[in-house]
Design a protein around this ligand. Structure first.
Ligand code: ADP
Length: 680
């Protein structure tokens, strides 16, 4: 009700608040859309500026990130244990993607890699030429896997021959050790190894490589003998000995030596957890330091020059290329005090890291054509566009020598872009206009329907009050007349009493209809569901209404089958049947006929009321089930009714999940058919 009162306001709000602004916006947009191509050109220039800025910043950001990570790594390297045997701290190592190796200096002194502080490269003294020809022969025999007899034969010759020199003697002992090892005479082999190692006069003949080989052999024998503890001690003693040495003579053989013994220790199956961690840590730290040391040796001169190279103290950063690799040197203010970090860049990874950042940024700028080229003009990122007209070149990165090339768009692309935008905008405008138009249409229809309902309700109220008043007035008048004793004759008293009775029935029916309707309004919650014999119910109502039809001089007949059970609410089914039969009687003029039937078909129970009455026009057929709706013809107007009967029927049908159909022609009559689901 409130809503209806506000109708004019709603309509006004609708037009002023929605339709008017939409129309104005549409007109303005239409005008703007014409400028889209021009705007696209302007946009392009603005976009290029933003893109350039984003790429430059993105590249700088990523480089800065690498520098920050390197700084953190340098702090870590500074703190790292000075003694390799300080096991607990050696586990982790900060690596930085894009950087191969770090060299950290403090006050121009090396801090990392710091296995030893003197760098000295000694060329190995030992060469194969020191083997006797006999030994060589023996080795060749062994290597070429000749038969064991031949090997033994050559070896026995060796025993017979007197050895001329100490070197020959040593080489022979080595051969025997090897032989013992091969035939698993481990104790003999170990004895000979000790013998060789303990005789000071032999030391001069054992060059470093040979000493390591002997130790490795000793280690392997201990492992074969499953003397794991001794093997582990040997490895740690060797490490200690190595760390105390004033110089490293051959990094790669040292690495090979320690990696083989630590790997073998780690492969011991039931090695305690703590020990495993310790050996793992030592192996990692040592091999990393050895790798970095090797790089350091290889570039010693270059790195020493770089340490002394002057650099801009503001930035504390310097990029240098040594012909093979790119390095950066980082010192104050990037680092602390007198620290200097030199990093060897892994060019591929370093570039890829920055390029993936560039790629991510360029994804957001699909319409911009760009390439990034290096000093050799090879394209690292982006694709050359068809026309290749350079719009702008921008020097991007000093260290890597990169250039950002931005390309011009051709007119066709601008037109295409403009067109795409136009289509999109026209579409949007059309869509919003359609929405508003349809919205208004449905809204107005809804408002009109509501208005109509309101009128019907008020008509109902006035007709109901009239209907209620008329019988009441007669009842009051006749009863007063009788009370005052004005009516004496018995026939008159009988006639008036009958009239009072009839009028009371009318009142009762009307009030009943109103109550029924109100009940329906509350839905099926007020229903009492039970199994009902609908045939019996129809028969009962039919019989009670026979008199009214006969009195109106109508032919009435029925075909009623009983024991037709459905699940339903008795009161509401009663009013459904009563309303339909009552309407047939009301809207049929004498000498018309009415036929009521109920029967079953398949799983359904079908109830029909057929009359030869005035019929219902096609246009009204869908309305008559609405609340308070009455057809506006003369016959209906002269017939008493509330417009609620069929509304009640429709609700009963819905709550019983039944269906109702109507066939009617004006002047010919109507048939109402209700189909119920049979109860099982
Ligand atoms: P009412 O109290 O006016 O009969 P109903 O809801 O029962 O209200 O019926 C609505 C309208 O449908 C009636 O006013 C009448 O015009 C029309 N109508 C209903 N039944 C019939 C019928 N059997 N023949 C012709 N018209 C009918």
């Amino acid at each position: 009700m409130k809503f209806s009162k506000n109708n004019p306001f709603i309509i006004a709000f609708f037009f002023v608040g929605i339709i008017l602004p939409t129309t104005i916006l549409s007109v303005l947009s239409f005008r703007n859309i014409q400028n889209e191509t021009f705007l696209a050109k302007k946009n392009f220039e603005e976009n290029i500026t933003s893109f350039k800025k984003e790429i430059t910043e993105g590249v700088l950001d990523e480089e800065l990130k690498i520098l920050q990570e390197s700084k953190a790594a340098s702090a870590f390297l500074y703190e790292q244990p000075k003694n390799l045997l300080d096991y607990s701290k050696t586990s982790s190592y900060m690596s930085v993607e894009g950087v191969n190796a770090f060299f950290l200096f403090n006050n121009k002194k090396i801090i990392y890699p710091n296995i030893i502080s003197h760098f000295y490269y000694e060329t190995p003294q030992f060469s194969h030429s020191t083997y006797t020809s006999l030994e060589q022969h023996l080795f060749i025999n062994e290597k070429t896997n000749k038969s064991i007899h031949e090997v033994k034969a050559t070896r026995s010759i060796r025993f017979i021959q007197p050895f001329q020199t100490q070197s020959e003697r040593t080489q022979n002992t080595l051969g025997i050790i090897r032989e013992h090892y091969r035939s698993k005479n481990y104790e003999e082999a170990l004895q000979l190894i000790s013998m060789l190692q303990e005789q000071p006069e032999q030391q001069g003949f054992l060059n470093n490589k040979l000493k390591e080989s002997l130790q490795l052999l000793r280690f392997e024998i201990l492992m074969e003998q499953k003397k794991y503890n001794e093997a582990q001690n040997l490895s740690l003693n060797e490490l200690n000995y190595f760390l105390k040495r004033p110089q490293i003579t051959d990094i790669s053989s040292t690495r090979f030596f320690f990696e083989s013994i630590f790997n073998q220790i780690l492969s011991i199956e039931n090695l305690e957890k703590e020990k495993r961690e310790t050996f793992w840590n030592i192996r990692e730290n040592l091999s990393r330091q050895l790798i970095h040391s090797e790089k350091l040796y290889n570039k010693l001169d270059f790195l020493q020059n770089l340490i002394h190279d002057k650099q801009n103290s503001d930035e504390g950063l310097l990029y240098r290329f040594d012909g093979d690799d790119l390095y950066f040197k980082m010192s104050y203010p990037w680092l602390f005090g007198d620290q200097v970090l030199i990093a060897q860049i892994d060019l591929d990874k370093y570039q890829n890291r920055i390029l993936s950042k560039v790629k991510n940024i360029s994804k957001e700028w699909k319409s911009i054509h760009y390439t990034i080229t290096n000093a050799n003009d090879s394209i690292l990122s982006g694709v050359l566009p068809p026309g290749e007209i350079i719009f702008e070149k921008h020097f991007l990165e000093a260290g890597l020598n990169w250039t950002l090339n931005l390309y011009q768009k051709n007119q066709k692309e601008f037109n295409k872009e403009g067109l795409q935008k136009k289509i999109l905008l026209y579409g949007l405008i059309a869509f919003s206009l359609l929405t508003v138009i349809f919205g208004s249409f449905f809204m107005l229809r809804f408002l009109l329907q509501e208005q109509k309902l309101l009128t019907m309700k008020s008509n109902f109220l006035s007709s109901v009050s009239h209907e209620l008043k008329t019988p009441l007035t007669s009842i009051k008048m006749f009863s007063e007349m009788m009370a005052k004793g004005r009516v004496q004759k018995t026939e008159k008293i009988q006639e008036y009493s009958t009239l009072i009775g009839k009028e009371s029935t009318r009142l009762e029916n009307l009030i009943g209809a109103i109550l029924n309707y109100t009940r329906m309004e509350h839905g099926s919650a007020a229903f009492k569901w039970e199994v009902i014999d609908l045939g019996l119910c129809v028969e009962h109502i039919y019989n009670s209404m026979l008199d009214i039809a006969i009195e109106k001089k109508l032919n009435i007949d029925s075909h009623i089958k009983k024991s037709l059970f459905i699940m339903g609410d008795f009161t509401s089914l009663y009013s459904l049947v009563q309303n339909l039969i009552e309407n047939a009687i009301k809207y049929t003029n004498p000498p018309g006929s009415i036929f009521v039937e109920i029967y079953e078909e398949d799983e359904k129970i079908i109830f029909s009321v057929i009359d030869t009455g005035i019929g219902i026009p096609m246009s009204e057929q869908k309305n008559i089930f609405n609340d308070f709706y009455r057809v506006g013809d003369e016959m209906t107007r002269s017939t008493k009714g509330s417009g609620l009967g069929l509304a009640i029927v429709k609700r009963v049908v819905e709550t019983h999940k039944a269906s109702i159909s109507l066939q009617s022609r004006v002047g010919k009559g109507s048939t109402f058919t209700v189909r119920f689901k049979k109860v099982r």
